[in-house]
Design a protein around this ligand. Structure first.
Ligand code: FES
Length: 278
């Protein structure tokens, strides 16, 4: 007989395997179709697939003008001049196409500037700056899930989808968010306030399950990225409601008996003040 935690983990892994098997079948059926999975109404459990597609829209197409702001362009030139004009002997050993190493920080900057997502026009602008084919920028932007390829809400709620959080109930957290907000994953609520995405391990597994709330509404200088940990479906909905009212929910653990990452209810070992031993 398996212990309860192992039974729970096995049940969750079985659920994931079943869901990805049926989605693979759906993916195979759609593989010859030019339309996206999302447009075909598939379930939201398609991980980041939606982010790998680009369909032209009035707010996201290669013809819209896009450039870095003057302040951000100064930062870009810093990346480029640092790379382009090696200041020491070590950098001069690298090949002349080293400029493309600036793609990731530039995409990050473009995302901060553009309200939390990177339109295709921004990617094309970056390709011009680093003098590579646009596909070189697209392949980076679609590989890293931290780059949002479609519009996000003022608060982009990123549910951790990695194993410790999943075993501790992150699927239920995501379901509670989607149901409460009335959206699918990566959709924006009609008031423009919220969207729900997935992020992989954010290094806070000890307080799983957790979400990060990204707010890019203040641009490159003022964006915030806050963690909320030890969540329950009820608590995550309360956090959303606080954000909606313009309040700032307390960050970090939401467990009433836990301090930071310590054990709930206090230490069970190492009771002594170790500093006195030295
Ligand atoms: S698994 Fe969620 S923070 Fe590590």
């Amino acid at each position: 007989m398996l212990p309860p935690a192992a039974r729970l983990a096995a049940r969750r892994l079985l659920g994931l395997a079943t869901s990805s098997a049926s989605e693979s079948a759906a993916a195979r059926r759609l593989s010859r179709s030019p339309i996206s999975y999302a447009a075909a109404g598939c379930s939201s459990r398609l991980f980041s697939t939606a982010l790998n597609y680009h369909l032209d829209s009035p707010e996201n197409n290669p013809d819209m003008p896009w450039e870095f702001t003057e302040a951000n362009m100064k930062k870009v030139l810093l990346f480029v001049s640092f790379i382009h004009f090696p200041v020491n002997e070590i950098l001069s050993h690298y090949p002349s196409n080293y400029k493309q190493s600036g793609i990731i920080p530039m995409l990050d900057l473009a995302q901060q500037q553009h309200g939390g997502w990177v339109p295709v026009a921004a990617m094309n602008a970056i390709a011009k700056i680093v003098e590579v084919a646009p596909i070189r920028v697209y392949e980076v932007a679609t590989f890293y899930t931290m780059f949002n390829r479609t519009k996000v809400g003022k608060y982009h709620l990123l549910v951790c989808g990695t194993t410790p959080c999943m075993i501790r109930g992150s699927r239920e957290i995501e379901e509670a968010l989607l149901e409460h907000l009335g959206v699918k994953r990566n959709e924006v609520t009609s008031d423009g306030l919220f969207s729900v995405g997935e992020m992989e391990c954010m290094g806070c597994c000890v307080n799983a399950p957790m979400i990060a709330v990204a707010d890019y509404s203040k641009g490159s200088e003022g964006y915030t990225y806050n963690y909320y940990e030890d969540l329950t479906p009820k608590r995550v909905v309360e956090i959303v409601e606080m954000l909606k009212r313009g309040e700032t929910p307390p960050r970090g653990t939401q467990h009433p008996e836990r301090k930071n990452c310590g054990p709930a209810g206090g230490n069970t070992t190492l009771h002594a003040d170790m500093r006195r031993q030295w």
